[in-house]
Structures are given as structure tokens and as C-alpha cells.
Design a protein around this ligand. Structure first.
Ligand SMILES: C[S@@+](CC[C@H](N)C(=O)[O-])C[C@H]1O[C@@H](n2cnc3c(N)ncnc32)[C@H](O)[C@@H]1O
Ligand code: SF4
Length: 449
């Protein structure tokens, strides 16, 4: 790998799971607008559903997700009732003929749910939406305390892909993030799910965690490889203690520097590629036969709030506190705090807090950013023509990118931008040049690497 100037990676840029990004959502998008968007959607348009379960039994100090720690089940069962009611409200606002091709449950930890609640939630989704026979059903799984009965309940609900949180296997790192998790527990969860017939297993790893170094992270990657996952995500730790107060429990002096973060990301890539995995976009890896690899080969790879996906449904409906919907008209986010979310549902109101309607220019820039994030390449003439413009519409970004071209990160030829493979980690910086919202006071992002 060529040496990359580390000051470049000290920049703070979004993860581009959406464009415009969430800090630019505003309260002008409310439940009435969202209801109109749902009703207006073209009949027959395929849908993807995301259900958020915002509870965990302990708090990992590095966590950036919308979650709350609970030590009894009461709040979870009360939330289940709200979620069931929201499913009713949303499905009633939609035409009944939208096929649902993908379902994902995330959190927090959906593995907090009791078996009966897994069944009732899944049954309600299937009763209220036209879920297709071959619908993918993915669940985020915390392997700590994961039991056979919970696994069976997910299987009975139609589980097809399990995404398991590994993060880091080193006890020193685990102690510093308040997440003690033995390798046996992780291996058991993988084996249990495989024995029950799950054919797609994803592992989540995080680099840049406190006390992590190259050697420790090598052991984590070796352990991950020994579990033979179908896919792996290696997220860079997003340290945003102003926003996630519990991250203040992590001593900043123990955090690896930018150079070390880069080296850890690169080590993971070298090791996964050497083991036969394909690099997918910025930070995912997949076996060549996995649907993520197929989507990448066929130019169908997409990006949503959970990362890279082969889900190509044109509309995503988010259910549960803080969940974000991405509809053809724009983005809408549910209220994040459970008390206010409950109030909206009890008043029979769609629990929308904020969002953003897409302009044609947003759609064009989003297309460019998604191409870069997924394919590390974009043909600006073809994208701008699709939106009725010429390349000149993006001239500001092109001028901005010249310095990255001079550094050898990208090539710009005949309007085609290609990110050099060894500069893959810089792709979010390249996307940032096309982000016309960046730099507004609401922007407070994590490091570019
Ligand atoms: C909802 S959790 C996964 C399921 C389950 N709660 C667990 O932790 O095993 C989603 C994933 O987001 C990633 N994540 C959470 N906080 C992060 C942060 N601050 N920076 C980077 N990745 C983070 C972790 O890899 C985690 O597995
Ligand atoms: S990483 Fe997973 S288990 Fe840990 S607090 Fe976050 S959502 Fe909960």
C-alpha cells in the first residue's frame, strides 16, 4: 500500500448510508407528509421493512446505536405492543399490493425479545404486508446469552441471514468497551444457527477500539476467519462522545491513532482477501458465492442504513423508535425516544419526527455518492445525463477533487472517476466533495477512517 497522508483521514465526514445525511433531516417532514408519501407510492412497488428493537441488557461503551439498557422485560413487552400498533398504522396507509422482499430486525438487540414476541411480531408483519415467499429475513444477533429457543423462534419466523456482533475478541479491548464475550459464545451462536439451516452468516468487527493494535486485531480477524462467515463487516469505531455520552467512559488516550486505524483496516482487507473473500465497497467482505458479491458483480450493490446490501427494493419502511424510512419521495425518521414514540402511537399518529424531501439535484448527487461507495467508480456524464444535466452541474466537486487526484487517490478521465484500490479507505472523503450540505452547523461526524 502506498503511504497515505494521515492528515487527510483526520477529516470528519459522514458514512453516507443516506444522502442527504441524517443531520440535515428537519421537522418540516411530519406524519401528514409521510402518510401522503406512503399513499402516493406506485402500486406494486416492492418494499423492504426494517424493525428497530431499541433495548439491550448491558451497554457496550463504544455503542453508537439507538438503544437503552433494561434489566426487566416490562419495557420490551410494552414496546412490542406499540410496534404492533405501528405496523397496523403504516400498513393501513399503504396500498395492499406492495410485495415485501426483504425484512431486517436490528437494534439494539432483537435477541432481547422473548420467543412468543418474535412469533407475534413476525406473524403480524406477514398478516399486514404482502411478504413474498422467498423474502429475505435478516436479524442482528448478540451472541452473548443467545439460546437455542431464541434461535428456534427466529427459524420458525423464517430467518435467512444472521448478523452476529463480534467486535473484538481480545479481553483487554472487551473490558475497555464493557463487552465481555468469549470466543466459545460466538462460535456456539454460529454453530447453532448453521445447524438449524441458516445459510448466510455475517460477522460485525470494529477497528479503532481502545487498546486495539495490529497484533490484537490480527487475532480477532483470525478468529473471525475460523468461523467461516459468509460475510464480514469491519466498521471503523465512530467515537462521538459529544453525541453518545457513554463513550466518555472510553479513555481517549487508549484509542489507536489514525495511522493505526488505517493499518488495522488494511490488515483486515489483506487477510480476508487472502482467504478468498471479495472486498465489497468500503468495509465489507463476502465469499464469492454470497449474494452481496453477486450484487457487486452485477452492478446491483446498494447501500442503506445497515451498510451494504443486495436489497434492491425501491422503498424501505422503518418501523420502531428512531427507524428511518427511505421512500422515492424522501427520508422520514421516527421519533427516537420511546416515551414520545409511545405518545404518537397512542394518538394513532404515524410517529414521524423529521425527514427531508428529495430535490432532483439531491437525487443526482445521491446517485453519484452511491456509485462511489458501492463501485468505487462513477461515470459522471451518464449520471448527470440521466437527470437532464451535463457534467458542468458537478464542476464544483470536480475542482475539489483535483488535489486527491494529484495525491494519486483517484483518476479522473472523460468524466469517469475511479478510486484506486489502495485508496479505498478514502472513498467517503471523495463522496464528501459531492455533498452540497456538508459544512453546515448541524454536521458533527466521526473520523474519515
Ligand atoms: C445493533 S449492533 C449489532 C447487534 C447486537 N446489538 C450486538 O452488538 O451484537 C450493530 C453493529 O453496529 C456496530 N457499531 C455499534 N456502534 C458502533 C460505533 N460507535 N462505531 C462503529 N460501529 C459501531 C457494531 O459492529 C454492531 O455489531
Ligand atoms: S453494540 Fe449491540 S449489544 Fe452493545 S449496546 Fe450497542 S446495540 Fe447493544
Amino acid at each position: 500500500m502506498t503511504v497515505q497522508p494521515t492528515d487527510l483521514f483526520a477529516a470528519r465526514v459522514p458514512r453516507y448510508t443516506s444522502y442527504p445525511t441524517a443531520p440535515h433531516f428537519h421537522a418540516g417532514i411530519d406524519h401528514n407528509i409521510y402518510r401522503g408519501w406512503l399513499a402516493e407510492m406506485e402500486p406494486g412497488l416492492p418494499l423492504s421493512l426494517y424493525c428497530h428493537i431499541p433495548f439491550c441488557d448491558t451497554l457496550c461503551w463504544f455503542c453508537g446505536c439507538h438503544t437503552t439498557v433494561v434489566n426487566r422485560y416490562g419495557p420490551v413487552s410494552a414496546y412490542r405492543d406499540l410496534l404492533l400498533k405501528e405496523i397496523g398504522l403504516v400498513s393501513a396507509a399503504l396500498s395492499p399490493d406492495h410485495p415485501v422482499t426483504h425484512i431486517q430486525w436490528g437494534g439494539g438487540s432483537p435477541t432481547m425479545l422473548k420467543t412468543g414476541d418474535i412469533a407475534v411480531l413476525s406473524r403480524t408483519l406477514r398478516d399486514r404486508f404482502a411478504v413474498t415467499k422467498d423474502c429475505e429475513f435478516a436479524v442482528e444477533i448478540d451472541p452473548r446469552g443467545f439460546s437455542e429457543s431464541i434461535a428456534e423462534a427466529f427459524m420458525a419466523a423464517g430467518l435467512t441471514r444472521a448478523s452476529i456482533g463480534l467486535q473484538d475478541s481480545d479481553p483487554t479491548v472487551q473490558r475497555a468497551i464493557n463487552r465481555m464475550q468469549s470466543n466459545e459464545e460466538t462460535a456456539q451462536a454460529v454453530a447453532m444457527l448453521r445447524n438449524m439451516g441458516v445459510t448466510s452468516i455475517n460477522l460485525d468487527l470494529v477497528y479503532g477500539l481502545p487498546y486495539q493494535n495490529i497484533e490484537r486485531f490480527r487475532h480477532t480477524v483470525e478468529f473471525a476467519l475460523s468461523l467461516d462467515p459468509d460475510r464480514v463487516a469491519t466498521f471503523g469505531y465512530a467515537h462521538v462522545p459529544h453525541f453518545k455520552k457513554h463513550q466518555q467512559l472510553i479513555p481517549e488516550s487508549a484509542l489507536p491513532g489514525i495511522e493505526e486505524r488505517l493499518a488495522e483496516a488494511q490488515l483486515a482487507r489483506t487477510m480476508f482477501e487472502a482467504a478468498g473473500y471479495r472486498s465489497i465497497g468500503l468495509d465489507h467482505f463476502a465469499k464469492p458465492g454470497d449474494s452481496l458479491s453477486t450484487a457487486q458483480r452485477e452492478g446491483r450493490l446498494g447501500r442503506n442504513f445497515q451498510g451494504y446490501t443486495s436489497d434492491d427494493a425501491p422503498a424501505l419502511i422503518g418501523l420502531g423508535a428512531s427507524a428511518i424510512s427511505a421512500l422515492p419521495q424522501g427520508y422520514a425518521q421516527n421519533i427516537a425516544g420511546v416515551p414520545d414514540y409511545r405518545k404518537a402511537i397512542e394518538d394513532e399518529r404515524l410517529p414521524i419526527a423529521r425527514g427531508i424531501a428529495l430535490t432532483d439535484e439531491d437525487r443526482m448527487r445521491r446517485h453519484v455518492i452511491e456509485n462511489l461507495m458501492c463501485d468505487l467508480r462513477v461515470d459522471l456524464d451518464s449520471v448527470t445525463a440521466e437527470f437532464g444535466h451535463s457534467r458542468v452541474a458537478l464542476q464544483d466537486a470536480m475542482d475539489d477533487l483535483r488535489s486527491l487526484e494529484r495525491k494519486g487517490a483517484i483518476t479522473i478521465e472523460n468524466g469517469i472517476i475511479s478510486v484506486h484500490d489502495e485508496w479505498r479507505s478514502a472513498v467517503r472523503l471523495i463522496c464528501a466533495s459531492f455533498d452540497s450540505y456538508l459544512g453546515q452547523p448541524t454536521d458533527r461526524h466521526a473520523l474519515a477512517i
